[in-house]
Design a protein around this ligand. Structure first.
Ligand SMILES: Cc1cc2nc3c(=O)[nH]c(=O)nc-3n(C[C@H](O)[C@H](O)[C@H](O)COP(=O)(O)OP(=O)(O)OC[C@H]3O[C@@H](n4cnc5c(N)ncnc54)[C@H](O)[C@@H]3O)c2cc1C
Length: 508
């Protein structure tokens, strides 16, 4: 009974999609193991996590948040939220559901990774969604598991934001899930009637009675079991499970962590903790990217907040930094409710924020083993803003946020900044950025794919781990870089794609 064709480790954005698609084939037995709880119906999810009008799962004290300790830059410790419940981070995230851009696929598919071209992925992007506005078209899907809708644009902040962006000369981007040039427009969200439609609800809840699918909650996978270089199963706190193939979908922190705990990673680092080396792969954990973010808080002249509003945000401005090689490498997201409310649910008046981020920085971080004990988290070092270019981009993004807020369309709403120094010198602004540095929590690329012979690649374009057999990684870890928009769609796409790769290979 403890043997399955495929074991999927982690029921998050990617893992739910993967397990659901794999088990469509009735001849394949699939075990999905999730460290956190597995709600078996909509009503079993904690109500605070279903509510798309707040992000209470992001609170470091929330029981369904892994809350990893990390360092963003020297002297800047930070708690990194990650969902620990069916649906993973899609159960606690902001609900912004924008596809990767064609430029992302062009970068990812370079150097022989043709499976990651835009054209190869468009059918899967359409298949994963039901777009409430567009339905089934050449661009959109009308029958997929994830409900996608665009919030109303009539909130006074959204109205002023669009007008201010246009006044500053930015384009209008009507459909952010199409490929028109970046600009200001509605944010597509995986939200239906105010409910955050996490990947557990989208993919797993409807198929829980499938005979060939077993879903095990509250079970921490401790390591992958090997016979020689062949993965043969997993060890959990509740016993061992055997499989023909193991797929790690534990997310971009825990997947590289599990690889290292299991002997797949940089030899010297593993030997330091007495972990026997199965495959010496220096790229495990290293070279990850994410989006550095600061929150520009502003006081309202008149209170526009509707605590009962169905989403936390409605629109975004995506725009290009000066001389940018990748279009749309900066982003501004106006929040419609006070930051303090968003993570606590406490209805107290407060300033609003523009979340301002650099979407294609050059800085790269590293996740390293800090113990051979699977319950001790790895060290997460972001090294944000370690290039002048990234600093310059962040300054430009913050100054654009300032220009939007002081422009005429905001005149009746904007009552001053909370802490941003107005018309600051570069040095003053850098100090403010350092003191306020945060992250979008979009970590990708900690076990990235690449061609055989690419020294830092951990998996091939099909997610197969180099140097071993029977083991894949399928989550945001394998994306070579964070997409220039959020990674929520990309995460599900990885699950869909790797399922299709496994289904087209013979059963072991
Ligand atoms: C607070 C927050 C807000 C965000 N907002 C947005 C947004 O608005 N838009 C956007 O595009 N992106 C957003 N993101 C990012 C996005 O949600 C993630 O990139 C994406 O969900 C990651 O998917 P994944 O499948 O790689 O990992 P996850 O969804 O994190 O899944 C990993 C799963 O594996 C499980 N797991 C881990 N280790 C083990 C183990 N040892 N044994 C068993 N199970 C294990 C975890 O519990 C989890 O369920 C946000 C993220 C957070 C945390």
């Amino acid at each position: 009974v403890n043997r399955f064709d495929v074991i999927v480790v982690g029921g998050g954005s990617a893992g739910c999609a993967l397990a659901a698609r794999l088990s469509e084939d009735a001849s394949r037995s699939v075990l999905l193991i999730e460290a956190g709880p597995v709600p078996r119906a909509l009503g079993e999810y904690p109500a605070d996590l279903l509510d798309a009008g707040s992000v209470r799962g992001a609170d470091p004290g929330h029981p369904d948040n892994w809350a990893f300790d990390a360092t963003l830059a020297a002297g800047r410790p930070y708690s990194i939220a990650r969902g620990r419940i069916l649906g993973g981070s899609s159960t606690i995230n902001g609900g912004y559901f924008i596809r990767p851009r064609k430029s992302d696929f062009d970068r990812w598919s370079a150097d022989g990774n043709a499976e990651w071209s835009f054209d190869a992925n468009l059918p899967f992007l359409r298949a994963l969604e039901s777009d409430a506005q567009y339905g089934s078209t050449d661009t959109h899907g009308g029958a997929g598991p994830v409900v996608v809708s665009r919030p109303r644009q009539d909130h006074p902040v959204s109205v002023a934001f669009a007008a201010a962006a246009e006044r500053l000369g930015f384009a209008v981007e009507t459909d952010k899930n199409a490929q028109a040039p970046p600009g200001v427009g509605a944010v597509p969200m995986d939200v239906a009637a105010g409910i955050r439609w996490n990947s557990g609800l989208a993919y797993i809840e409807p198929i829980l009675d499938r005979e060939n699918l077993t879903v095990l909650g509250d079970t921490l996978v401790l390591r992958v079991l090997f016979e020689g270089p062949r993965a043969v199963g997993v060890e959990t706190a509740g016993g061992d499970f055997e499989a023909g193939e193991v797929v790690l979908c534990a997310g971009s922190v825990k997947s590289p962590h599990l690889l290292m705990l299991s002997g797949v990673g940089p030899r010297v680092a593993l030997e330091r903790f007495g972990v026997p080396v199965v495959s010496d792969l220096p790229g495990v954990g290293s070279g990850f990217s994410d989006h550095p973010q600061v929150s520009v808080e502003w006081r309202q002249k008149v209170d526009t907040v509707d605590f009962d509003g169905e989403t936390t945000m409605a629109s975004a401005l995506n725009f290009s930094s000066e001389g940018s090689p990748v279009p749309g490498d900066l982003e501004i997201l106006p929040m419609l409710k006070p930051m303090a409310y968003l993570t606590s649910g406490q209805r107290v008046a407060g300033p609003l924020a523009f979340l301002v981020s650099v979407q294609n920085g050059r800085s790269r971080g590293a996740i390293t083993l800090s113990s051979a004990d699977p319950r001790v988290q790895p060290t997460i070092d972001y090294r944000y803003l370690s290039f002048d270019l990234d600093r310059r981009m962040m300054r430009e993004a913050v100054r654009t946020a300032e220009s939007l807020l002081v422009s005429t369309p905001f005149a009746s709403l904007f009552g001053g900044f909370v802490s941003l120094p107005v018309a600051a010198s570069d040095a003053e602004l850098d100090r403010w950025i350092d003191d306020n540095l945060g992250t979008s929590i979009h970590l990708c690329g900690s076990a990235r794919f690449g061609a055989r012979g690419d020294a830092d690649a951990v998996v091939d374009q099909y997610g197969r781990v180099f140097g071993v057999s029977g083991l894949r990684v399928a989550d945001t870890s394998i994306l070579p870089t964070a997409p220039v928009r959020g990674p929520a769609v990309a995460a599900i796409l990885v699950g869909e794609r790797v399922a299709s790769f496994i289904r087209s290979a013979p059963l072991r």
